[in-house]
Structures are given as structure tokens and as C-alpha cells.
Design a protein around this ligand. Structure first.
Ligand code: ARG
Length: 398
């Protein structure tokens, strides 16, 4: 009889490596390991081989960098998505994509199961699980790392007992998740929210104290809500995001030290390095300031907020998220233009913006000459604008 197959979201780390023999032994599965490359991953071939060494029958690496940016990160950018005002959701955005790739592979291989190595305390288990069920309710999601209760040394022994020797002993004190849209660091000394994050928690951003003494400017060009150029040069999404991230990080911009509310009910302290995504969100908002009508812009902040929550909470593929994305997409029609960002010693500021669709009209705004604003109309407008409260005041205050 043919064995059941299971697609495993593989990272090359200890947990997902141990999951290969674990799933084989516990369920009798054949394991198809999949490593979804959403950026910043090194030695992919070594990692791919590692899954085979651990006992997978097949191991694939999927380059999803561009898809991740275009379909996930930039869709969130259009909604200026920052969870609790600060975290640009890089981890939250990658999970639905990983789920999508797992479901595609499961279909290709006739697998009824997918598995991940998420812990029971995090949001990522929710996102992978719910995204998978949303895409294919007939696929069963397994997350054995939630219940196997094995410590790191025990996991290493578990693999050694099975003759699986993987170069995995070096343990970073932190739990890290990184991709093109950002880097998250948790655990270790960060678990004390009063203690300042140790210097080694940061990798992509320099200490602002050590940042260059000269500021640096980047001109970011947007078309229909999406960043397309840097300093006037058209760039593909991956190179563009990487470059903004490097420039911002080199000036000490992009460090976020945040206590956030997880979906599973706990508060956690996280440190993020998000120079690229934060810069782009800041620049994107500038073009919106210039091109959206007041009504659309104000209403959109509510949609943005709800979208952000849905992304964080694992509901990327839900009907509500689809409907809100359609709204956001429509809102971006004229969000085209350029923004000048200036980095200096840990800060990033927009110092200029322009757009062919700009609604900023100098002849209306000016306090200088050439003013076309109807000053007489202001008086009548305010008369009627304040009428309801005036009527109320007359009635109740005499
Ligand atoms: N707290 C963030 C989130 O829930 C980051 C999670 C990072 N994941 C990780 N496995 N370290 O989206």
C-alpha cells in the first residue's frame, strides 16, 4: 500500500529537521520538504540537502521572493499596514504565502497533510493553519512541535539516535524570523521588557550613535501605490526593497522595540529591524497625502486598520480580507509620484514629495500672491457649518 504523503514547511533548523523522522515514525508518512525562500536565506542548497539527510523523500526550494513582495508585502504597503502602529508584519505576511505553496505542492503530490514546526505560543501556527484551511479545507494541518515537549538537547539526541547527523549545535540565544520585509527577534534577554535589547540582537541596522555624520537622501518613486524606482532609476521589487533596507539600516534607521498583543492572548516583547518596509510605508503615506481626497483618505485609515488586524490574525485569505483588498486596490489609482526621504543618525524623514496627480493646489493654499481661494465663501460656509451646534446651544444654554 502506498504511504500517505505530508508536505512539511522546512526551515533547515533543528525543529523542522527533527519533524522529518518524527512525522515518518508517528504517522508513517512520506515527507516532502519545502523551503519557501522569501528573502535573506543563505545556502539554500545545503538546507535542501539537509531535509533529505533527515529522511525526506523529496526536498524543494521555492524562490518566492518576488511573489512575496508583489502579492503580499506590497498589498500590505498599500494599506500602510503597521500592527499596533509599529510592526510592518513581515512574518505575518509570509505565512499565508508559505501555506499557499504547501497547498500547491500537496495537490501536485496527492498529499492530504501538511505540517509546520511552529510552537504553541506564537501567531505563526494560527496563520499557517487558517490560511491552509481557507485555501483547501480538505488538507489536514499538523503542528507536532506544539506538543512533543522536547528541549533542544533532547531534539539533538532524538536525531542522533536515528543516525541523523546535522550541523545544528550552534544555538543563537534568540528566535529569529527574517525576510525581505523585515527581521524579528524574540526570546533570550529580550524577555525582560525593561532590559534594553543587547547589541547583538541587531544585525541589519547600525547603532544610531555610530551612524554616518552626513545625512543621505533617497528618492522613492511609486506607481499606482507600488514602489518602482529609486533615485529615478526603475528597479525590480527585490533589489528596490533590499537597497532601501541597506541605506536605512546603514544610518541606524529601522529599529523597533515593541511589546505587542499576540493573537493567543499573551503580550510579547519583540525587536524588529525594518528599515526597508518602514521607509516605504512612510513614503507611501506621503503620496497618499498628496493624491487622495480628504474623504477617501480618512475612510481608508479605518480599512487599513482592519486589514492590518486581519493580516496579523491569520485571515489573509478570508472573504473580508479579499473585499478590503479590493477597496484598497481601487484607492491606489492615483497614488503615483516621488518622495524624498532623508536618513540621519537613526531617523528617516520625508523632506519632499510630488505627484502628477497631486491635489495640492498652490493657488488655493498660498498666503502669498496669486491666491484664488474664495475668501467670501469661507464666511457663509462657516455660518452653516456651525449652525447645528449653534441651534443646540441656543436651545439648551439660552
Ligand atoms: N511577533 C511577530 C508576529 O507574530 C513576529 C513573529 C516572528 N516569528 C518567529 N518565529 N520568531 O508576526
Amino acid at each position: 500500500m502506498n504511504k500517505e504523503k505530508c508536505v512539511l514547511a522546512y526551515s533547515g533548523g533543528l525543529d523542522t529537521s527533527a519533524l522529518v523522522p518524527y512525522l515518518k515514525e508517528k504517522y508513517g508518512f512520506e515527507i516532502i520538504a519545502v523551503l519557501v525562500d522569501v528573502g535573506r536565506m543563505k545556502d539554500l542548497e545545503t538546507l535542501r540537502q539537509r531535509a533529505l539527510t533527515a529522511g525526506a523523500i523529496e526536498s524543494v526550494v521555492i524562490d518566492a521572493k518576488e511573489e512575496f513582495l508583489r502579492d503580499f508585502a506590497f498589498a500590505a504597503l498599500k494599506a500602510n499596514a503597521l500592527y499596533e502602529g509599529r510592526y510592518p508584519l513581515h512574518s505575518a505576511l509570509s505565512r499565508p504565502l508559505i501555506a499557499k505553496k504547501m497547498v500547491e505542492l500537496a495537490r501536485e503530490h496527492g498529499a492530504k497533510f501538511v505540517a509546520h514546526g511552529c510552537t504553541a505560543k506564537g501567531n505563526d501556527q494560527v496563520r499557517i493553519d487558517v490560511s491552509t484551511r481557507c485555501l483547501d479545507p480538505n488538507v489536514t494541518v499538523l503542528g507536532p512541535a506544539r506538543e512533543w515537549n522536547m528541549t533542544r538537547p533532547e531534539l539533538l539526541d532524538y536525531l542522533a539516535e536515528r543516525g541523523i547527523d546535522l550541523p545544528l549545535t550552534k544555538k543563537n540565544p534568540y528566535s529569529i524570523d527574517e525576510n525581505l520585509w523585515g527581521r524579528a527577534v524574540e526570546c533570550g534577554e529580550l524577555e525582560d521588557p525593561w532590559a534594553e535589547a543587547p547589541a547583538d540582537a541587531y544585525v541589519f541596522t547600525v547603532d544610531p550613535k555610530k551612524a554616518p555624520d552626513e545625512p543621505e537622501e533617497l528618492v522613492i518613486g511609486f506607481e499606482v501605490g507600488v514602489p518602482v524606482s529609486l533615485n529615478g532609476k526603475t528597479m525590480d521589487p527585490v533589489e528596490l526593497v533590499e537597497t532601501v533596507d541597506e541605506v536605512g539600516g546603514a544610518h541606524g534607521f529601522g529599529r523597533v522595540d515593541q511589546v505587542e498583543n499576540r493573537l493567543v492572548g499573551i503580550k510579547s516583547r519583540e525587536v524588529y529591524e525594518v528599515a526597508g518596509s518602514l521607509s516605504l510605508i512612510m513614503a507611501h503615506r506621503e503620496i497618499e497625502d498628496l493624491t487622495l481626497t480628504r474623504e477617501l483618505q480618512h475612510f481608508k485609515t479605518m480599512i487599513d486598520q482592519r486589514m492590518t488586524e486581519l493580516i496579523y490574525e491569520g485571515l489573509w485569505f478570508s472573504p473580508l480580507a479579499n473585499a478590503l483588498r479590493a477597496f484598497v486596490e481601487e484607492s491606489q489609482r492615483y497614488v503615483t509620484g516621488e518622495v524624498r526621504l532623508r536618513y540621519f543618525k537613526g531617523s528617516c524623514a520625508a523632506v519632499g514629495r510630488r505627484s502628477p496627480h497631486s491635489l495640492y493646489d498652490k493657488t488655493l493654499a498660498t498666503y502669498g500672491s496669486g491666491d484664488t481661494f474664495s475668501h467670501e465663501s469661507a464666511k457663509g460656509f462657516i455660518q452653516l457649518w456651525g449652525l447645528p451646534v449653534e441651534v443646540w446651544a441656543r436651545k439648551h444654554l439660552g
